[in-house]
Structure formats: structure tokens, C-alpha cells
Ligand binder design. Structure first.
Ligand SMILES: [Zn+2]
Length: 236
């Protein structure tokens, strides 16, 4: 496991890093684990290394839609740890992998002593807000095929892998569309040679092709993150 493969941890000042270090523990997050439900009191702050977490909104009727995707470029539960510790959305592990985990009381204790750490947390919150805004505009205006391309590119960036173990049901939930739409679009992308889709697994075959097919939201979210938090640390 690389000690600084998480963008937030890698960007901390020496004194913030020293304050958090005793409270950070390595863990492995299994795919489909729900870290929190909306309204839950959070019991941990997560800094993904290879894991990818979706923040999703669930309606009373059961429909779900992803508001933001967080991986090694961010953290889950940081702002909630600061005060009431209540999660604003469901956080579900969409791709299993390693993460560092921190006790929320220790995290908030360190943050309240440090202007620079508070500033990191606020900037990170802005990246989540920016993602949620973009997701709203994307859903309302962009076609399912472009949205699926965008989504796969981001999952690839955060996981560092071309193999994405997603079922069509899961993709439909994340994109907030019917499963049949995902089936149709996945078939079209496969015929164009961009992906290979087998039951429950996507293999990305043509990254450039996906970039051409993706809506602008992929680059917009990446640029907003770069602007607020800097470049993503390299995976190797
Ligand atoms: Zn879009």
C-alpha cells in the first residue's frame, strides 16, 4: 500500500500529517459495503487508496442516483466528522480496495486545531458540491451513452484499472436510468470497440474513444478538482 496515494493525505502540511498519523489505520473496503446511510451518525472518516465510493441519493420509492464519486482524489465523511457527524447521503463502496480510516473524534480534534486542515476540508467539500451540481446538469441534459462513458472514465481514473466489475443493475442505479437503457448503450459501445462487456464485468478497450464519447462533465469535474485541490497523485 502506498502511504501517500490519497490526494488529501498527500497534500497535508507536515504538522497536519503528524497530528493525523497516529489515528490513521489501513483497511480494505469490500465492494457493495454501505459505509453510511443518509442520516446515520458516521463512525469513521475514509481516505480511499484504491477503493471507490459513491455518494448516492435514495428516494422513498427506492430509486437511487449517484451525486458524487470519491476515490483516491478525496475522502468520505470529513465534513460530517466536524460537527453533528451526520451523513448527508448514502455512501456505498462501488469498487473494493484499500483505504485509510480515521476515528471522527480524533479527526475533528486535529482539524479544529489547524487552519490549513480546515481549509483542505472546505475545499474538498466544494469538489463534492461541484460534482453534485454537475451530476444534476448532466442527468437533465446529456444522453445516457455520453453519461456512461463519463462514468466509466471516472471510475477508471479513481481505481487505476481498466477492469470494472459492474452489473447492469448497478450501472442503472448509479446513472438513474432503466436497466434496458444500460443494456442498449453497453451493446453500442461494445460494437464500437470501446468496451468489452461480459456478465457483471466491463473491460475498457479504448480510452481515447471513451473520451470522445463522454460528455463535457468528465473534464469539468476533473478541472474543478485540479483547481480546488491540485493534481491527483500518481498511482505509482
Ligand atoms: Zn454530462
Amino acid at each position: 500500500m502506498m502511504p501517500h496515494a490519497n490526494a488529501i493525505l498527500a497534500s497535508l502540511s507536515a504538522s497536519d500529517a503528524a497530528a493525523l498519523r497516529p489515528h490513521l489505520k489501513p483497511t480494505h473496503l469490500q465492494q457493495k459495503t454501505v459505509l453510511y446511510e443518509a442520516g446515520d451518525t458516521i463512525d469513521s472518516v475514509y481516505f480511499p487508496l484504491g477503493a471507490v465510493v459513491s455518494l448516492v441519493v435514495t428516494l422513498a420509492t427506492g430509486e437511487t442516483t449517484e451525486a458524487a464519486m470519491v476515490g483516491r482524489d478525496g475522502a468520505v465523511g470529513m465534513a460530517s466528522a466536524l460537527d453533528g457527524r451526520v451523513a448527508m447521503s448514502r455512501a456505498i463502496v462501488q469498487l473494493g480496495g484499500d483505504a485509510m480510516v480515521c476515528d471522527p473524534a480524533a479527526f475533528s480534534g486535529a482539524a479544529l486545531q489547524s487552519q490549513s486542515l480546515i481549509s483542505r476540508i472546505m475545499r474538498h467539500e466544494q469538489t463534492l458540491f461541484a460534482q453534485a451540481q454537475q451530476s444534476t446538469a448532466c442527468m437533465a441534459n446529456h444522453e445516457v451513452d455520453a453519461r456512461l462513458c463519463r462514468w466509466m472514465l471516472r471510475a477508471r481514473d479513481l481505481s487505476g484499472s481498466d477492469q470494472l466489475p459492474f452489473t447492469q443493475e448497478f450501472l442503472a442505479e448509479m446513472l438513474g436510468v432503466r436497466r434496458t437503457s444500460v443494456t442498449t448503450v453497453a451493446r453500442t459501445l461494445q460494437e464500437a470497440g470501446l468496451i468489452k462487456y461480459t456478465r457483471g464485468k466491463i473491460e475498457i478497450r479504448d480510452v481515447e474513444g471513451l473520451r470522445e464519447g463522454a460528455c463535457e462533465c468528465y473534464e469539468t469535474v476533473k478541472e474543478q478538482h485540479r483547481h480546488l485541490l491540485g493534481e491527483l497523485p500518481s498511482t505509482n
